[in-house]
Design a protein. Structure first.
Lengths: 198, 204
């Protein structure tokens, strides 16, 4: 994005859509609310995003990219020595972030909405691959994880964390991540003893 | 047949119809007219027993979870002794990804931004958690995972499989589940060592 300029109108609509989606979710998203949130008319909204699905698809793409950029930035800012606990926390923050949790509703919807599926499928596939790549590169950086295990280990950690996040959200519970992270650390440390810092 | 029996039969038929519809299309597109048709009742009758779609979803979830628990508590019986970790994990996989459960995983993962539905289903989920949490560690102990880790290994397995199933549905990944099961088995083997002596002797 060109930082020197004001955000374009399209950008305003997209930001508003992401905010509304995080707030009320996909099923209850109304383009009138997005228009109101962005301070524009519904007419201008439809000029940039002719259908609700096109707006959602752009919001999915935006949310996935933002979440991954934030996680990458957080991780890059960590100082060596890199700790496994910090790595797990970064992963937790990424997967539990409101930027990503609203997408679960979209995953449910695309099963019965082929048009939406065609629009968002490629972005979801690409981002699942990027998140896995991010996680396995982080794992390799925290030393002594067998490179052959990095991908399955990353997949396992992502699924486990996503599972607890969804399970908590559905039950109206919060927390539990400290315990989960300690236990995952126990598993990872037992499987791959840490090399002492040089 | 008296009124009470008629009432019970209608409710049973409606819930069976709802489960079939939910399995076919997910909670997202549940249509009461189709449920009533499957159940052989009028939509008016359906609404008398389940005034809102949310009421119907909750009752269906409750029924699906009860059946899930029954399958789960019978898992021990169907496992051949000695129980290998691969067999235990596969059995958990097939119970959690049973076709009657798919829509519930989808519902659970999707309600995070649907506050009304979430508030409605949370008590149903919590009511079943206890039996699951009681049963899982004993399944783990069968294949040499000590009780102090049993609950966590069990939950981690459950969460990982649950989210895999959701992703599988959404993105159309297939075949990856064997990779996940192999990895879970690898973790358990490396951390908890070989299987208990009984299992070893028979294997030799």
């Amino acid at each position: 994005m060109n930082g020197a300029q004001n955000p374009s109108t399209r950008e305003l609509v997209l930001q508003a859509a992401v905010e509304v989606l995080q707030e009320v979710g996909f099923n209850r998203l109304r383009t009138t609310d997005v228009a109101r949130q962005s301070g524009l008319s519904e007419g201008s909204l439809f000029h940039y995003f002719p259908t609700r699905n096109l707006l959602v698809a752009a919001a999915v793409d935006r949310s996935l990219n933002t979440a991954l950029e934030t996680a990458t930035a957080t991780y890059s800012a960590l100082e060596p020595p890199f700790e496994r606990r910090a790595m797990m926390q970064t992963l937790w923050q990424l997967l539990a972030s409101p930027q990503l949790t609203w997408l679960n509703e979209v995953y449910a919807a695309i099963k019965t909405d082929p048009e939406l599926r065609a629009l968002v499928g490629p972005a979801i596939d690409a981002s699942a691959a990027s998140i896995e790549k991010f996680a396995s590169s982080v794992l390799l950086r925290v030393s002594n994880v067998d490179p052959n295990d990095a991908t399955p280990l990353a997949e396992f950690l992502i699924l486990t964390i996503e599972g607890l996040v969804a399970s908590n959200l559905a039950r109206g519970k919060t927390g539990g991540e400290t315990e989960l992270i300690e236990h995952l650390l126990f598993f990872v440390n037992t499987m791959y003893p840490q090399v002492a810092a040089a | 047949m008296n009124n009470q029996q008629r009432r019970e039969r209608s409710i049973t038929n409606i819930l069976e119809g709802a489960l079939q519809e939910l399995q076919a299309g997910g909670y997202h597109q549940l249509r009461t007219a189709l449920v009533a048709k499957r159940a052989g009742v009028s939509e008016g009758t359906l609404f008398r027993y389940f005034p809102t779609k949310t009421d119907l979803i909750i009752a269906s979830l409750d029924l699906a979870l009860k059946r899930h628990l029954n399958r789960f508590e019978k898992a021990h019986e169907n496992l051949e002794q000695p129980v290998s970790r691969a067999a235990m994990l596969s059995s958990l996989w097939s119970i959690i990804s049973h076709e009657e459960m798919l829509w519930t995983h989808e519902l659970i993962s999707a309600v995070s931004t649907d506050a009304d539905l979430r508030d409605a289903i949370a008590p149903v989920l919590l009511a079943h958690d206890e039996r699951i949490e009681r049963g899982l560690p004993s399944l783990m102990e069968l294949c040499g995972i000590p009780p102090q880790h049993g609950e966590y290994v069990a939950n981690i397995t459950r969460w990982a499989i649950g989210s895999y199933v959701v992703r599988d549905i959404a993105v159309g990944f297939t075949g990856g589940h064997q990779r996940l099961l192999n990895y879970l088995e690898l973790i358990a083997d490396r951390i908890f060592g070989p299987l208990p002596a009984v299992a070893q002797e028979v294997a030799e």
